[in-house]
Design a protein around this ligand. Structure first.
Ligand code: UTP
Ligand code: MN
Length: 515
């Protein structure tokens, strides 16, 4: 900013940049600039001259000292675009229609700025604003993968992630809900007035949205993105088996990078060791094609150990995502009880064929109590579950040699080592295989629909389904069952459609659950 004193002197006495050469400045706080666009050069010159004669400061060149931008026949958006292209501008500068200028000329002084003078209000009349409206709960909305507001949703998701990494779940959910509302909008948001009445947009989220709409970015988001703490939390929780609590503890011990972690002598559990060893692969997105290849392998394992057993791809891939951070499968058998003991057999089969780099299986601990699920905390999944790291052969095209069948263990131990590796974790990039995180869940058929619904996500969609069930229907929903608290009994379902019906919700396709 030019100091006020110098500006006055500069504009009234030196006559630089085509300002009031000779004319007296009567209104030093008002610095005008007439936009030539659509007004034309000669009309602009004439009007500028007129203004200066009347004691107004009319600048020839645009700069940050300009307090009033005067335009003719331009839309607010056009002027905003032009303004954004300028090196610098005054944040609170008025964007005014020529009518304000001519009225001020007539009055011999700057007239009060009324709504009708303001460019944006002139252009975006209330009737023209596309007002959005969405239901409150994400499970009442259809949210496809097509998102018309990615700059806004990515910003809010980053703040959500940062809050979650900082163990501030309340704030994390608030940002996730706000992002989900914007994901459901049918077109891009262009002005704050369109957001009036939308649910889940708190003061903080609105502030971030406003910054991005008006300035193209949010200082809070940019500084979070660049903060050492956020980046350290991201790197460390990128290790499979490391949650935000562990990462936080390490950061307090001065560990911000993988190198520092390795040098620190911290003891790592088995999962974390595997996570560190396969860090690069695990942090590289899994493609749908890779998920399908793994699906074929798991299916082969499942039907080999229990004919008739079934497997379904769940998680983000079932919602139509093209990439994911892992691959999720749900396994069941049409005869209740036949699934007991299935997981260990599947895991043994996969292990014997060399498909698993790591696995940890948890037992089924779900027990249906007659009195219902009790505390909400006991709603967490208690299925038999296997967290694994798969050893997946790379596509044949990208491999130099290795013509063997994909469902056989064709990646031999000898090809694993490459002494020329320069990768961080001593893990070479040119191996014929990559590591992929795979989650397997086994469910009895009686719970299958609930498990399928619960494991398809998105995480926010699931959270909202449970919130809806509890708050709006007095029911408790989990990945195992639905309990009606008023009737005091479980509501059975053999399909996702039936569960939505029990909840009094319209059925939402998996591809529309991308909240
Ligand atoms: P994911 O974390 O795999 O998410 O959980 P995702 O949607 O597939 O995303 P990407 O593509 O992998 O990044 C999948 C679903 O499983 C449920 C989550 O709620 C989510 O809906 N889930 C996950 C559980 O129910 N319990 C868990 O312990 C983990
Ligand atoms: Mn997933």
């Amino acid at each position: 900013m030019v100091p006020l004193k110098r500006r006055k002197l500069g504009s009234s006495h030196t006559g630089n940049a085509g300002t009031n050469s000779g004319d007296e400045v009567k209104f030093p706080q008002v610095v005008l600039f007439l936009l030539e666009r659509k007004m034309g050069a000669s009309r602009r010159a004439f009007l500028s001259q007129l203004g200066r004669k009347k004691g107004f400061q009319v600048q020839e060149l645009f700069s940050e000292i300009v307090t009033h931008v005067i335009c003719e026949n331009n839309s607010g958006e056009e002027v905003r675009t032009w303004l954004d292209s300028q090196a610098s501008s005054r944040p609170g500068a008025h964007l005014l229609d020529i009518s304000w200028y001519t009225e001020s000329m007539r009055a011999g002084q700057p007239v009060e700025i009324l709504d009708r003078h303001k460019l944006q209000e002139l252009q975006i009349s209330e009737a023209e604003v596309i007002m959005f409206s969405v239901p409150s709960y994400a499970c009442q909305r259809r949210t496809s993968l097509e998102n018309h507001n990615t700059p806004l949703t990515e910003a809010l998701s980053l703040l959500a992630e940062n809050a979650e990494l900082s163990e501030d779940d309340g704030r994390g959910v608030a940002f996730r809900r706000a992002a989900a509302v914007l994901k459901a909008l049918p077109s891009p948001v262009t002005s704050m007035s369109q957001l009036k009445g939308l649910p889940c947009l708190g003061e903080h989220s609105l502030r971030v949205i406003k910054d991005i709409l008006e300035n193209g970015s949010s200082i809070e988001v940019e500084s979070t993105k660049n903060s050492e703490r956020y980046n350290a939390l991201k790197v460390l929780t990128g290790i499979f088996g490391v949650g935000s609590k562990t990462a936080e503890r390490w950061i307090r011990a001065g560990i911000h990078s993988l190198h520092q972690l390795q040098d620190s002598g911290q003891t790592l559990n088995r999962a974390q060791q595997a996570g560190l060893e396969h860090y690069d692969d695990i942090n590289q997105p899994v493609t749908k094609a890779e998920a399908d290849v793994i699906g074929e392998i798991v299916e082969k394992a499942v039907v080999s150990v229990l004919p008739g057993a079934q497997i379904v791809l769940t998680g983000g891939f079932r919602r139509g995502k093209l990439t994911g951070h892992d691959v999720d499968f749900l396994i069941t058998h049409p005869e209740e009880g036949r699934e007991v003991g299935l997981m260990s057999k599947v895991v043994s089969w996969l292990e014997s064929k060399g498909f698993l780099l790591y696995q940890k299986t948890t037992r089924n601990s779900y027990l249906e109590s007659k009195d219902g699920p009790g505390r909400p905390a006991s709603n967490i999944d208690r299925f038999e579950r296997c967290f694994s790291i798969f050893k997946l052969a790379k596509e044949k095209e990208t491999r130099t040699k290795d013509p063997q069948e994909v469902t056989e263990n064709r990646v031999s131990a000898e090809t694993d080592q490459n002494p020329n590796s320069d990768k961080l974790m001593n893990k070479q990039t040119d191996t014929p295989w990559r590591a992929v995180r795979v989650d397997l869940v086994v469910s009895p058929i009686s719970q299958f629909a609930f498990a399928l619904l619960g494991w398809t996500g998105s995480k926010l969609f699931e959270r909202e389904l449970r919130r809806w069930a509890g708050h709006e229907r007095s029911m408790s929903l989990s990945s195992h069952a639905l309990f009606d608290n008023k009737k005091g009994r479980y509501l059975r379902a053999s399909s996702e459609e039936e569960i939505f019906a029990h909840l009094g919700l319209e059925f939402i396709l998996p591809s529309e659950r991308n909240a």
